[in-house]
Design a protein around this ligand. Structure first.
Ligand SMILES: NC(=O)c1ccc[n+]([C@@H]2O[C@H](COP(=O)([O-])OP(=O)(O)OC[C@H]3O[C@@H](n4cnc5c(N)ncnc54)[C@H](O)[C@@H]3O)[C@@H](O)[C@H]2O)c1
Ligand SMILES: CCCCC/C=C\C=C\[C@H](O)C/C=C\C/C=C\CCCC(=O)O
Length: 256
């Protein structure tokens, strides 16, 4: 996929990884819609991008991805504003074992809803122009974690959904590539959750375990992960791919 003049929609992009993904698209000459539940930070990020990349290339829409009406509105506004939709990145995510149903709603249910809405716009076999969906999973999609059972389950779910939908896309000639991105620990605000009982709930007693993991495996920067994001978008051969990014091995793929 050639990213110049593409239109990308990224959820949870007010800060952190989503912001880095949006910036990587802008650097390639694309236009982006960033949506997030955090309106104040989203508007700051849009203003920053307007200064750096020129006004009119970034739109911010306030959206709680767990609200289907709000999510539908984001897709409509994207097409109204920029005339098309080529890329969806399902990035919004939380780590909360107390509100574990909300963790599943944000990390998995909303990602499924948004993927289906994107397919409605993109499917070539239904008159669309094709496109690319990237679902942000995690290395937590592969390994167990005593301090985060539901977060871990949500990321395992993202991988199963992504690989299966990619197979449907291929068999059904949807013309949409659907891939998963699995970073190890990255230097963003979500890592702060491991210091809070309100996030880890009854698993707070295992907080030192996760801190030891971070020390042992190291922490990536968002720009490292954005490089993988661009690679998944630009390589037209990839569908159903599961890209892992770790400090020890860099960008590599899980082969099933
Ligand atoms: N940082 C890491 O170590 C790491 C590693 C692997 C995967 N991930 C995944 O990367 C994604 C991005 O996380 P991050 O590391 O940038 O953390 P972050 O907390 O900085 O960013 C998450 C963003 O999602 C937004 N968000 C949360 N709930 C939302 C909702 N209901 N609707 C819309 N937006 C919502 C937040 O406001 C925030 O801007 C998540 O899916 C996370 O699970 C993170
Ligand atoms: C382990 C999850 C605990 C929750 C901590 C908060 C947010 C972190 C989210 C990341 O998605 C976790 C990423 C990776 C953890 C899994 C494997 C360890 C690293 C393996 C490696 O680098 O080789």
């Amino acid at each position: 996929m050639i990213l110049k003049n593409c239109v990308g929609l990224i959820t949870g992009a007010s800060q952190g990884l989503g912001k880095a993904f949006a910036e990587s698209l802008l650097k390639k000459g694309a236009q982006v819609v960033i949506c997030d539940i955090n309106q104040a930070q989203g508007e700051i990020t849009r203003a920053e991008f307007d200064l750096r990349y020129g006004p009119g290339r970034t739109a911010f829409i306030t959206c709680d991805v767990t609200s289907l009406p709000q999510l539908k509105d984001v897709f409509s506004q994207t097409v109204q504003t920029f005339g098309r939709l080529d890329v969806l990145c399902n990035n919004a995510g939380i780590n909360n074992e107390n509100s574990w149903e909300r963790t599943i709603s944000v990390n998995l249910v909303a990602l499924i809803q948004a993927s289906y809405l994107a397919l409605d716009h993109m499917r070539r076999d239904r008159g669309g122009k094709g496109g690319s969906i990237i679902n942000v999973a995690s290395m937590s999609g592969f390994v167990p974690a005593a301090h985060a059972p539901v977060y871990t389950a949500s990321k395992h779910g993202v991988l199963g959904f992504t690989r299966s939908l990619a197979e449907a896309s291929s068999l059904g000639n949807y013309g949409v590539r659907i891939n998963a991105l699995c970073p190890s620990f990255v230097n963003t605000e979500i890592l702060e959750t491991v210091n809070h009982e309100e996030n880890l709930g009854i698993f707070y007693q295992f907080k030192d375990n996760v801190k030891n993991l971070m020390q042992a495996f190291g922490v990536l920067e968002p720009s490292d992960v954005a490089n993988g994001f661009v690679q998944l978008l630009e390589d037209d051969n990839l569908n159903g791919a599961v890209m892992k990014i770790t400090t020890s091995k860099g960008i590599h793929f899980e082969n099933y």
